[in-house]
Design a binder for this molecule. Structure first.
Ligand code: SUO
Ligand code: CP
Length: 313
């Protein structure tokens, strides 16, 4: 594994899940693994969980960790051949090559603009860093992928499942803003890799890009999708038909009435969550909600990926 960009491009995904679970269960000291290695983290977009959990994972492996908000640096140019006489002061080519001398690996978060689907599908910040850096790149959520979240989600389901092949439902949820496709794409890729009984439910027009998620089992009737589900994963994402236009249709909220169709199902969400829009307080505060354990598992997901990248470097 050279970079950790997407779950579909990660051939050893199942072993990353197993390693994450092992690192969670064993009280061993892993601080020798990353000794004398430096992890550089750059944020072009906000974060709470990713920022702290990735930093903590680096520290637990004995790494030096340096993080920076990209907004504190120079405005970056991503287009090749551009005449830089406007607002952008530093080309990604220089930034990636310079940061590669400071870090043994570079982790980057860069959300989509949600203005142009064509632009966002290029995922140019992450792909540019992968192209120009000379060290491994870790995707901390780009336009298209959030693979550390997908890994933490798989770790969470593996740790809580009661049958070998649980029924897992990804349910689109309403939101006042249009949100990225990264979390549902990575979740779908994770579920495809794990061979669960995976069903997706969303309104017409919110279809995820088939070239990234494959041939999904889509059920447009949300209550029917929830029948006998062992896990319900709620997430809002932009319409792909009317890209960037919010869909606040509250009839898709996950509430106790809908969860009653499940097999005493567990509720998951990557957080942050808009309470009583995406899911009701009764669902979020129920004992079947796994949201805090799921967020906690982000540390073990990051440890597993950092370990694997160090091992293969
Ligand atoms: N990394 C977890 C989710 C990040 C982002 N959500 C957000 O930006 C929510 C912002 C808000 O609720 O206003 C997303 O959906 O991809
Ligand atoms: N789930 C997640 O990635 O959270 P942050 O956006 O707070 O990092």
């Amino acid at each position: 594994m050279k970079d950790y960009y997407s779950i579909a491009k990660t051939s050893n995904f199942k072993s990353l899940v197993e390693q994450g679970l092992m690192m969670k269960q064993e009280a061993s000291d892993f601080s020798g693994i990353g000794k004398d290695k430096t992890l550089v983290i750059i944020f072009f977009s906000p974060s709470l969980r990713t920022r702290i959990s990735t930093h903590k994972a680096g520290l637990k492996l004995g790494m030096h960790v340096i993080s920076m908000n990209a907004g504190d640096g120079y405005q970056m140019e991503f287009d090749l051949g551009s005449i830089m006489n406007g607002n952008t002061a530093e080309h990604i080519k220089e930034a990636a090559k310079v940061l590669s001398q400071f870090g043994d690996m570079i982790a980057i978060r860069a959300f989509p603009g949600l203005q142009s689907k064509e632009d966002d599908l290029k995922d140019q910040v992450l792909k540019g860093f992968i192209k120009y850096a000379t060290v491994p790149i870790i995707n901390l959520e780009s336009c298209l992928h959030h693979p550390l979240q997908g890994l933490a989600d798989a770790i969470t389901i593996e740790g809580n499942k009661k049958t070998a092949k649980p029924k897992v439902v990804l349910s689109w949820a309403p939101h006042p803003k249009a949100l990225p496709l990264a979390v549902p794409i990575s979740f779908a890729q994770a579920m495809n890799a794990m061979d669960y009984d995976f069903v997706v439910t969303h309104p017409q027009g919110h279809e995820l890009p088939p070239e990234l998620v494959g041939d999904l089992n889509i059920e447009y009737d949300q209550r029917k999708a929830f029948e006998n589900a062992d896990f319900v994963y709620a997430k809002s994402w932009s319409s792909t038909q009317y890209y960037g236009i919010p869909n606040p249709d509250l009839s898709w909220i996950v509430d106790a009435e809908k969860m009653a169709f499940t097999n005493n199902g567990k509720f998951m969400h990557c957080l942050p969550i808009r309470r009583n829009v995406v899911a009701s307080d009764s669902v979020l505060d129920s004992e079947n909600a796994l949201i805090y354990e799921q967020a906690g598992n982000r540390v073990f997901a990051a440890q597993s990926v950092l370990h694997s990248l160090i091992e293969h470097s």
